[in-house]
Ligand binder design. Structure first.
Ligand code: A3P
Length: 347
């Protein structure tokens, strides 16, 4: 896309973009047609029994989506029009979304916002405030207009399976997956912030049965995995555990993937390490923007719940060997055909 001289370059910190800027001021805050009568759309779909307190799920296009996000999925399928230089960070919940949002934003925006700079947006904003969530934007006409008004290259985030983003083939996707037992433990801790009595067994059974938000998890992973094999230039498949082992190597890979490789001068100046340090768990966790406030009005979970422990293998402190074996076997069986395996820390 040709840019007017002086036009802002993306990605811009999304929270800094005024909702009622001139570009979207004429767009009313009205619900898109998919939301106009959600009962028609949603009530015909199969539902799943849920652990007490957790939001209802509906089976749409082979995935268990939170009820509120079914109309969003339809809107995305109908109207998401990616630009070739768009980047979408995609993930199953609790698999490292916040971290990869931060790393991708810091990498792509490094010319406007040097990672070591005292005024970096990630020092005052939660990573989710820098990178817009597609599900939230496709919930209103004004949200869609805000997305359309963003300067290129845009950086966005989603938990939707690839099937809900047919337009995803027209942009770059950075997918992060995590060892499923650690995902379960992280998800359980997250839900417990609102439902302290929720037993781990309830979350575990839901995941094993496939009926968990955006699940089955194996189908979510397999969709992006297959796409990354078919289109390695279009889908970058990252693993949380590998990121922990070698964050600098993966930031270099990320930069190459989004078409912004580090120059020799940037390497000499330590820019890669500045990005890794800025986005490290130990650093982000200490920032006021991540210690206070809530994720959003619809999800009143404190932001600090996004930064719990940040390690691999914590499942061992919560699951019995039998639970671990059962989930490992289900995942191995379901992902066998895709040729994808996880290293099991118990072996
Ligand atoms: P734990 O609950 O195991 O600690 P998501 O961002 O997809 O919701 O994932 C949350 C998980 O990522 C949490 O895992 C959280 O602690 C971890 N996490 C968040 N920021 C991180 C970072 N900068 N580095 C490593 N892990 C991080």
């Amino acid at each position: 896309m040709a840019k007017a001289p002086g036009a802002p370059l993306g990605p811009v910190p999304f929270a800094d973009v005024e909702a009622d800027s001139g570009l979207v001021s004429g767009v009313p805050e009205q619900l898109p047609e998919e939301h106009a009568d959600p009962d028609d759309l949603v009530s015909a779909l199969p539902s799943a029994p849920r652990p007490k307190g957790l939001s209802s799920l509906r089976l749409y296009d082979g995935f268990w989506l939170p009820e509120w996000s079914v109309p969003v999925a339809v809107a995305l399928q109908r109207r998401f029009e990616p630009r070739p230089d768009d980047v979408v960070v995609a993930s199953f919940p609790k698999c490292g979304t916040t971290w990869v949002n931060a790393l991708t934003f810091a990498t792509m925006a490094r010319r406007a916002h040097p990672a070591a700079g005292a005024g970096h947006p990630l020092l005052r904003l939660n990573p989710h405030q820098c990178v817009p969530f597609l599900e939230a934007l496709f919930g209103s006409r004004r949200g869609e207009a805000r997305l359309a008004a963003l300067p290129s290259p845009r950086l966005m985030n989603t938990h939707m399976p690839l099937a809900m983003m047919p337009g995803g083939g027209g942009c770059k996707v950075v997918y992060v997956c995590r060892e499923p037992k650690d995902m379960v433990v992280s998800l359980w801790h997250f839900h417990r912030r609102l439902h302290p009595e929720l037993p781990l067994a309830d979350v575990f059974e839901a995941v094993c049965g496939g009926a968990v938000g955006y699940g089955p998890v194996w189908d979510h992973i397999a969709g992006y995995w297959s796409a990354s094999a078919a289109r390695p230039d279009g889908v970058l498949f990252l693993r949380y555990e590998e990121l922990l082992r070698d964050p600098a190597g993966h930031v270099r890979e990320l930069a190459r993937f989004v078409g912004l490789p580090f120059s020799g001068a940037e390497e000499d100046a330590g820019v890669v390490h500045d990005i890794v340090n800025l986005c490290s768990f130990g650093h982000l966790k200490t920032l006021e923007a991540n210690k206070t406030g809530h994720m959003n009005a619809g999800l009143p979970i404190p932001r600090d719940a996004l930064f719990r422990k940040g390690v691999a293998g914590d499942w061992v402190n919560h699951m019995t060997p039998e639970m671990a074996r059962r989930l490992d076997d289900i995942v191995a069986d379901k992902l066998h055909a895709a040729g994808l395996t996880f290293l099991h820390a118990r072996e």
